[in-house]
Design a protein around this ligand. Structure first.
Ligand SMILES: Cc1ncc(COP(=O)(O)O)c(C=O)c1O
Length: 377
C-alpha cells in the first residue's frame, strides 16, 4: 500500500468503526416509501408547471449555458432571474451561483481579508465553516443562537476592523430559527459589522410571499444567501446584496468567473418557481398546520420538539441507535435519514424528519406509529 492508499483505507476504516459510514441510496429505490427526508418543502421538484417550464426553457434557450456568465453563459432568463430575485427580496442586486455551497464559499473567500473577523453561529452549515476556516481572517464561533456569546466575541474586535457576522434563518439539522431581530440589533451598532444570513431552509417557507425568515423577523441583513434546491424545488443559489457588492462579485469572484453558468432552462424554470412560491400562501399554511400536528403527536411519545419549522430532528444520541431507528422506519415504508457526526455534534445523532406539502395527517399518524414501535412504546 502506498501512502495515499494507506491514508484512505485508514479514514474509511475509522468511519466504519464509529458506525459513521455513509451509503448513498438511489432515490427511486425508495419510491414506495413516504419521503420524510427531502428538503422539497413545497413539493415543487416534481410539479408539472416546473417540468413544463424546464422543457420550454430548454426549447427556447438550450440545456447548457455554454460558458461562464462572463463569456457566453449570461442568457436572458438568468438576467431576468437575478432581477426578479432582487425585486422579490428587496435588494439592489442578486448574483446567481450554481449552488448554495459555492455561493457561501465564494462570498466569504472574497470578502474576508487578513485581520478581518468572521463570527459565525457554532452550528453554521459546513459550506460557511469551511470557507471561514480557509479564509485569512480571524474566525470565531458563538454558542448556537446565544446573543451574549455573540456580544462577547464582538467585544474583542476593534471598531475599525471589518467583521462579518454569519448566521442562518433556519438551521439545517435542528430546524430552529436564529433570533434574527436581536442579532441585527447587535450588529447594526457597528457600521463595520455586516450581517450575513444564509436562509437556505427559510426561503419559500416563511415570510410574506415566501420571502423567508428575514422577512418573518422584519430584518434586512447586509447580505442574504438563498438557495433554490429546497422549497424552490430546483437547484442553485443567489447572493442578495447592494449594487457595489454585486459588482465586486462580478469583477472578482472566481467561482463565478471560472465556472459554467447555470443552464438557461434552469433559470427559466426558476422564474416560474418564484412565481409559484410567491402565490403559495395556502401551501405554506398547510405546511405550518402539518408541523403543529406532527409536534403535538411527537409529544405523545415524550419527544418535546422545539422546532417550528419543517425540519424536525429526533435526537437519539448514538450512531448505532439512530441507524436502528432509521431502519425500522424503512421497514414501515418511511424514508428518514439518520444524521450522524460530523454533520451534527458528537453524541447527537438523530433522525432528521422533514415535512412537506405532499404529506397528510394520515402519513404523520403512520410515522408516529412506526416511531412508537421503534421506541418500544
Ligand atoms: C444552511 C445551508 N446552506 C447552504 C447549503 C448548500 O446549498 P446547496 O445545496 O445549494 O449547495 C445547504 C444545503 O444543505 C444548507 O443547509
Amino acid at each position: 500500500m502506498n501512502v495515499w492508499q494507506a491514508r484512505i483505507a485508514r479514514a474509511l476504516e475509522e468511519r466504519k468503526n464509529v458506525q459513521g459510514y455513509r451509503i448513498r441510496q438511489v432515490a427511486e429505490q425508495n419510491d414506495h416509501c413516504l419521503n420524510f427526508a427531502s428538503n422539497d418543502y413545497l413539493g415543487l421538484s416534481r410539479s408539472s408547471a416546473l417540468i413544463q417550464a424546464w422543457q420550454k426553457g430548454a426549447e427556447l434557450y438550450g440545456v447548457g449555458s455554454g460558458g461562464s456568465s462572463h463569456v457566453t453563459g449570461y442568457h436572458k432568463p438568468l438576467q431576468q432571474l437575478e432581477n426578479q430575485l432582487a425585486k422579490w427580496l428587496g435588494y439592489e442586486r442578486a448574483v446567481v451561483y450554481s449552488s448554495g455551497f459555492a455561493a457561501n464559499q465564494a462570498l466569504i473567500q472574497l470578502l474576508i481579508e487578513k485581520d478581518d473577523w468572521i463570527i459565525a453561529d457554532k452550528l453554521s452549515h459546513a459550506s460557511l465553516v469551511e470557507a471561514a476556516m480557509n479564509s485569512e481572517g480571524n474566525f470565531k464561533r458563538f454558542i448556537h443562537n446565544d446573543l451574549d456569546s455573540l456580544k462577547y466575541l464582538l467585544n474583542k474586535v476593534d471598531s475599525d476592523q471589518a467583521v462579518l457576522t454569519v448566521t442562518e434563518g433556519i438551521f439545517s439539522m435542528d430546524g430552529d430559527e436564529a433570533p434574527l431581530d436581536n442579532i441585527q440589533l447587535i450588529t447594526e451598532r457597528n457600521e463595520n459589522n455586516w450581517l450575513m444570513v444564509d436562509d437556505a431552509h427559510g426561503i419559500g417557507v416563511h415570510g410574506n410571499e415566501g420571502k423567508g425568515t428575514c422577512d418573518k423577523h422584519g430584518i434586512h441583513p447586509d447580505i442574504l444567501v438563498v438557495t433554490f434546491g429546497k422549497a424552490l424545488g430546483v437547484k442553485g443559489a443567489a447572493i442578495l446584496c447592494s449594487g457595489s457588492v454585486a459588482e465586486y462579485l462580478v469583477q472578482k469572484s472566481r467561482a463565478l468567473i471560472y465556472s459554467t453558468a447555470i443552464p438557461p432552462a434552469q433559470a427559466y424554470t426558476l422564474l416560474k418557481s418564484i412565481e409559484i412560491v410567491q402565490k403559495s400562501d395556502e401551501s405554506r399554511q398547510y405546511l405550518q398546520d402539518l408541523i403543529t400536528y406532527f409536534k403535538s403527536e411527537l409529544k405523545t411519545l415524550g419527544i418535546e420538539n422545539l422546532s417550528n419549522s419543517a425540519i424536525q430532528p429526533i435526537i437519539i444520541g448514538s450512531n448505532e441507535d439512530s441507524l436502528r431507528v432509521s431502519q425500522i422506519l424503512k421497514e414501515h415504508n418511511i424514508w428518514a435519514m439518520a444524521i450522524r457526526p460530523p454533520t451534527v455534534p458528537a453524541n447527537s445523532a438523530r433522525i432528521r424528519m422533514t415535512l412537506n406539502t405532499k404529506h397528510t395527517q394520515e402519513n404523520i399518524d403512520h410515522v408516529i406509529g412506526a416511531l412508537r414501535y421503534a421506541f418500544g412504546g
